[in-house]
Design a protein around this ligand. Structure first.
Ligand code: FES
Ligand SMILES: [Fe+2]
Length: 464
């Protein structure tokens, strides 16, 4: 069992000592969970809301995780976040979302008030309090750090943590190129999964599971997956050499259709429609050449047709060279982006207990300026086995509770990771150890930079 004390750091149970082996109690042990709550979550940047959810001055929305609630608000300038507690006796001031440009916040208990800048504007029966209890600075709502990125507000409870951009590093700039800050949510579904938050996340950190979990994808693009997972790396073509160029492209298209049905925003229906117009384009006979040619034409057409509709679509062919991104991009510790052509899906996972978590999925895409849809204010909650989820998340969710149960089996002491393609799981988990041990924040930020673009990646030396 990888358990121990790593002086001079703080003691941490179930430390990862072999990067290819993840001790299983990390996914259910109460003490390990308590340490995450105390030493990880209050020090990391958390996606708190989408910016479009608070479009006007005075609009606010609550974000809560592990009992810490903040109010994210649009004051006169920029965005702020306030700790959600009355300065008198601590009642939470706001729940859900709303707008309070003129009225501000009023505590429901004794009626103290604050304006949208967090300034206390009213104390009922002021004369009843000692003067030192009424110091203005002390009555104003304390701010929680908030930064904007990727169309979202990220918050951090730690005033000394490196900034959001310092923390996530070059991945932010890379993804910026895809106009992520201009994307809008079309829908948001949520579910409670009976599993540790890390189990749920790790189902989306490799494509190795596609063969068995998503057989329809594997059937449509078998050569692609075989070249990635079945054959020694670099030895097999991602196309089927036994069928024509044209049939390979048809298979790619089928794969896209399934992704669209399965993930909605990940392959947006408008991009599938564009691809469907390109099934008869001239193609080289060589299957690999044909695949590259076709994706070049598709990128070009998605760009042109998006722009013709008035959407701020980036030049996808230029970006494929200058800022290539992975099928899944991970923003530590709990936010994922799944970019494909013009659009993306986004996932956020929050712990609800050692063996329970909240999993949310957004579908994001670009709209012509001024024609954005109304913001999605509320998550549509479904049971995790609901048939209303798109097929691909349904398939992923079906494994997760079973995995959580299996983790408790006698003799199953650690997960056995592939060093070549399940590296992201090991890398982000060892950064958790860094937080739990008390590693220097700058060092942890630098280690986080290694996570970007590491989907299906190798285990890395993180310098922790
Ligand atoms: S607890 Fe808020 S005014 Fe008393
Ligand atoms: Fe999956």
């Amino acid at each position: 069992m990888a358990e121990g004390v790593d002086a001079p750091f703080q003691p941490v149970p179930f430390l990862i000592t072999d990067p290819e082996r993840i001790p299983t109690p990390r996914y259910y042990d109460e003490e390990f969970y308590r340490l995450e709550c105390e030493r990880l979550w209050p020090h990391v940047w958390q996606m708190a809301c989408r910016q479009e959810q608070i479009p006007n001055v005075g609009d606010w929305i609550e974000y809560s995780n592990l009992g810490r609630s903040v109010i994210v608000i649009r004051p006169k300038d920029g965005i702020k976040a306030f700790h959600n507690a009355c300065r008198h006796r601590g009642v939470q001031l706001a729940k859900g979302h709303g707008s309070c440009e003129t009225q501000g916040f009023t505590c429901p208990f004794h009626g103290w008030r604050w304006n949208i800048e967090g300034k206390n504007t009213f104390v009922y029966g002021k004369h009843l309090f000692s003067e030192h209890q009424l110091e203005q600075g002390d009555l104003n709502l304390p701010e929680c750090r908030a930064e904007l990125w990727g169309g979202c507000v990220f918050i951090n409870h730690d005033d000394n943590a490196p900034s959001f951009r310092e923390s996530i590093g070059p991945v932010a700039e890379r993804i910026d190129q895809y106009q992520i800050d201009k994307m809008r949510a079309e829908w948001c579904f949520g579910t409670v999964l009976p599993a540790n938050w890390k189990v749920a996340m790790e189902a989306f950190m490799e494509g190795y599971h596609v063969m068995r979990t998503h057989p329809q994808l594997h059937e449509a693009a078998g050569s692609l997956y075989q070249s990635m997972y079945q054959e020694p790396q670099g030895t097999a073509a991602p196309v089927n050499m036994r069928i024509s160029s044209r049939d390979n492209i048809k298979a790619q298209f089928k794969h896209m259709e399934l992704l669209s049905e399965g993930m909605a925003g990940m392959c947006h229906a408008k991009d599938v429609a564009t691809a469907s117009q390109l099934l008869d384009v001239d193609l080289p006979e060589d299957q690999l050449q044909a695949l590259m040619t076709w994706y070049g034409i598709l990128n070009d057409q998605v760009t042109k047709q998006g722009r013709a509709r008035g959407e701020p679509t980036p030049d996808l062919n230029a970006l494929a060279v200058s800022h290539p991104i992975k099928a899944v991009e991970f923003i530590y510790p709990n936010y994922f982006l799944l970019p494909f052509l013009s659009s993306m899906s986004a996932y956020r996972i929050r712990p609800l207990g050692p063996e329970s978590c909240l999993f949310e999925i957004w579908s994001l895409t670009l709209f012509p300026e001024g024609k954005e849809p109304p913001p999605v204010m509320d998550v549509t909650m479904l049971p995790y086995d609901s048939k209303e989820f798109p097929p691909i998340p349904q398939q992923d969710y079906s494994n997760i509770p079973e995995q959580q149960l299996g983790l408790h089996a006698d003799g199953f002491e650690f997960m056995r990771l592939s060093k070549d393609i399940e590296g992201l799981i090991s890398n982000y988990q060892r950064i958790i150890d860094g937080y739990l041990k008390g590693v220097d924040a700058q060092k942890l930020a630098k280690a986080q930079h290694e996570l970007g673009g590491n989907f299906d990646g190798q285990i890395k030396d993180l310098g922790l």
